[in-house]
Design a protein. Structure first.
Length: 385
């Protein structure tokens, strides 16, 4: 397999404020997809320097809405972890950042990239890029309110007539942002067309803080190529990680001049079974002490309030959502996708996975991350930590 040659002079580690990343490759936030179970499995695979939670409403955090607090949960195993928040009110965003800091997160990230109308209409997400002065006011309020790094994820601009990421990145740097991530499409493009990496490169050369690029990175060599061709400090991976959660470890190997290690079908099947198991434990009281959250969070909220039947349906639906991406590029992947979507229960879903990946009968599905098994156990933090 061909791969880019290693750097003649290795780059220094990426520092986001006081947080040092051991890899320049990070997991992007994706609503409904990058839950704590998925993030933990990605971290176990190696090579991922930072994970970012699904976006969390600043309004919901400040008001203490149960479902919002659930989205912000994370485990020690995921560190360093960034909690991404969205909103448009400087005061509420600052207050939400303080809650995130109080939860013990390493970084608080601001969503200025979501193009979804129901977010944008509330002057949040990518809509903030339409008013750079106000966006800068939001970031300034947050950096004054907390001591942890504040970062910003943005797009190239609102539309083709308003491509202002280079200017906005400079503005937020001046009020204390510790890093920015840029997806090289406009809000108007959504996910059509191609990500403009020349624009991302321009942003990286305009500011002195780390810039992460994002968009159209679906193979390990895509990540390494973007690092080599542009001035970015790192690459933020979204849909590529849903297709291949090992992309980070493979990219790290390629970044060092090696061949990306292959992933066997058995390990791919083991990942799905491990994901089911983590979702099951997340949906009960078993792992409650594995999460940090604000004091006073009702321990009965979220999936823990579901009865067994609805909890099972929730997990089946989660697997169907992941399967729409995970099955791409796999031999006979469309057959697996159809079988996953047709499975009426967890038992049936497990049987589909074991049969497709030839894992045999339970119990032993292989550890999808055998190298991680020898490492230290994941940390556990109390609710009061």
């Amino acid at each position: 397999m061909s791969h880019p040659a290693p750097d003649a002079e290795p780059r220094p580690p990426v520092n986001i404020g006081s947080v040092t990343l051991d890899s320049p490759f990070a997991l992007a936030p994706m609503a409904g997809m990058t839950d704590t179970a998925f993030r933990r499995l990605v971290k176990r695979g190696g090579g991922c320097g930072l994970v970012v939670t699904e976006m969390v409403s600043s309004e919901g955090l400040v008001r203490g809405i149960d479902r919002t607090l659930e989205y912000a949960e994370y485990t020690e195993e995921e560190r360093p972890v960034s909690i991404q928040i969205f909103g448009g009110d400087p005061g509420k965003m600052a207050a939400a950042a303080q809650i995130v800091e109080g939860m013990g997160a390493d970084i608080v990230d601001v969503n200025m990239g979501c193009p979804v109308p129901k977010i944008a209409k509330h002057h949040a997400g990518c809509s903030l890029m339409r008013t750079p002065e106000h966006a800068t006011e939001v970031i300034g309020a947050m950096t004054r309110a907390v001591s942890i790094p504040v970062t910003v994820k943005m797009r190239s601009g609102w539309d083709g007539e308003h491509v202002n990421a280079p200017d906005l990145a400079k503005r937020v740097e001046q009020v204390g942002a510790a890093a920015v991530a840029v997806h090289g499409r406009t809000a108007a493009q959504s996910y059509t067309g191609r990500s403009d990496w020349s624009l991302i490169d321009e942003v990286a050369r305009r500011v002195s803080i780390p810039v992460f690029g994002s968009g159209d990175c679906v193979t390990p060599n895509d990540l390494v190529g973007r690092m080599r061709e542009t001035a970015v400090a790192g690459v933020l991976v979204g849909r590529g990680a849903l297709r291949n959660p090992w992309i980070f470890d493979q990219a790290r190997a390629a970044w060092g001049g090696g061949d990306p290690p292959p992933v066997s079908p058995r390990r791919r099947g083991g990942f799905l079974l491990a994901y089911i198991d983590l979702l099951l434990s997340e949906a009960t009281e078993i792992e409650r002490e594995g999460f940090r959250h604000t004091a006073g969070l009702d321990r009965r909220v979220g999936p823990r309030r579901r009865n067994p039947a609805s909890r099972e349906r929730w997990i089946v639906n989660k697997l169907r959502a992941l399967g729409s991406w995970y099955t791409k590029g796999i031999d006979r992947g469309s057959h697996l996708r159809t079988a996953i979507n047709s499975a009426p229960s967890l038992d049936a879903l497990r049987a589909v996975i074991r049969d497709f990946f030839e894992l045999g009968d339970p119990p032993p599905a292989p550890d999808p991350f055998p190298a991680a098994a020898a490492g230290p156990p994941s940390g556990r933090a109390s609710a009061e930590a």
